[in-house]
Design a protein around this ligand. Sequence first.
Ligand code: ZN
Length: 188
Amino acid sequence: MTLVVSAPHLSAQSSSPIGFPESVHLTDGLQRRVDVMLDQSRTFRAQCQRLAETPQLYVRVRTDPSIDAKPRYFHARTTINRVRGGWIVALVDIGATGDPSEWLAHEFEHILEQVEGVELKEGVERSPGVWRTGPGMYETARAVDAGKTVLEELRIAAKVAMQRRAEPPRQRAHDGGTLTNLSRRFSK
Ligand SMILES: [Zn+2]
């Protein structure tokens, strides 16, 4: 069975590998971004946890500059094959430009759908939350939502980090001084 699912091109904006699944193989320098996602997005961590718990799974993720060519129909694409012995082989290609975070989370969700046995085939586009985007290609609301949720979590984390950096240095020095005074007082 070959199944192709893709992330549509929507105009809408869209160092510690904590439990990253051994079954997922990243190429092309995606690891650094994935490490940030693991650190800052609980939804992405949950996705990785579930992939790590899935036996007989092989995932390859790479960037593909041809996806960025105009006209652009999608940001990423995953081809999922069920092979003999029950193994699921997922080949994920992500556009080489821009932030891949949303598309990584989006495609990981498609893999989880197939791990769960969600049916995507002719006629299924009449189901709620599933639509056909081309011959043998499907989109699901669930994957779209997962990508957007992870992106939002990363945005919030980045905003919090920026606010912390923007604190006036004088304020920080003052706080430090207070703490020092306190610790001196307590140490007597
Ligand atoms: Zn998709």
